[in-house]
Design a protein around this ligand. Structure first.
Ligand code: DGL
Length: 278
């Protein structure tokens, strides 16, 4: 493994730039190569097998770029594909679930944590398991929020429609008495202020992006993979058009992405006869 290689980051789309931005703050000298699988976003409603196949294929694009570590910025892929990638790849793999769970356990005082994410993330119970492994006494209440990603991609970050969707999803969690809320999806940090409007300041919002970046820094240090020659360059590639969401994310994150590259996904395993899936 070459310490001079970039940190490879992938997400189902552009939302994982929240993690790339956090990595840039924590590790300003590391180069980052980011792939957003915009051809196949969203992952959040798909089966575990499909999410694992997509994750393998996107990881292989990152390895072609010389990635020294693979950061799975997508919560859905982290919940369902990290163990598979870890067992198959020679480079270290890090997802966002462990760092997010750790931060939530540190933040809670009441021992009641809420988790929001895509349907696949919530169904996997990955956050619940990670939190309970850290502290079995904690009560975890989860809520799938499938309408939030499209609203964010539309750029409706400060909008009464988004506010009322947030209220509808979060009211039951607040009734459970949570004092900490895990934003378990790449996109949700962009809704921090809208979520805060509903929850008030008494609830800690845990964003896995910052905690994941700190975990990547620890991992690079432990494995002797810190680069002394990187320039902090962020290269972004996508597998299809990004729509207008790239501009929304750049504005909200204060990131300048520059030229966006294109990569084509090649199937790694023979594709099943579609007729057999019907
Ligand atoms: N990136 C996904 C996640 O963090 C959200 C978008 C999707 O459903 O693919 O869970």
């Amino acid at each position: 493994m070459d310490a001079h290689g970039p940190i490879g980051v992938f997400d189902s789309g552009i939302g994982g730039l929240t993690v790339a931005a956090a990595l840039g703050r924590v590790l300003p000298r590391e180069d980052i190569f980011y792939v957003g699988d915009t051809a196949r976003v969203p992952y959040g409603g798909r089966s575990a097998a499909t999410i694992q196949r997509y994750s393998r294929e996107i990881s292989s694009l990152l390895l072609e770029e010389g990635a020294k570590v693979i950061v799975v910025a997508c919560n859905t892929a982290s919940a369902l594909a990290v163990p598979v990638l870890e067992s198959e790849l020679e480079v270290p793999v890090l997802g966002v679930i462990g760092p997010g769970a750790h931060a939530a356990v540190q933040a809670t005082r009441s021992g009641k944590i809420g988790v929001i994410g895509t349907r696949a993330t919530v169904r996997s119970r990955a956050y619940e398991e990670a939190i309970r492994n850290l502290d079995s006494g904690i009560q975890v209440s989860s809520m799938a929020c499938p309408l939030l990603v499209p609203l964010i991609e539309e750029g409706w970050l400060e909008d009464p429609v988004t506010d009322s969707v947030i209220e509808r999803y979060l009211a039951p969690l607040l009734q459970e008495g949570i004092d900490t809320l895990v934003l378990g999806c790449t996109h949700y940090p962009l809704l921090q202020s809208a979520i805060r409007r509903f929850t008030g300041n008494a609830i800690a919002l845990v964003d896995s992006a910052d905690n994941c970046a700190l975990a990547v820094r620890d991992l690079l240090q432990k494995r002797g993979l810190v680069s002394d020659a990187g320039t902090g360059r962020l290269q972004v590639a996508v597998t299809d058009a990004t729509g207008g969401f790239l501009q929304v994310a750049e504005r909200a994150l204060g990131l300048r992405v520059g030229e966006v590259l294109h990569r084509t996904v090649r199937p790694l395993t023979p594709v099943a006869d579609p007729a057999s899936c019907l």
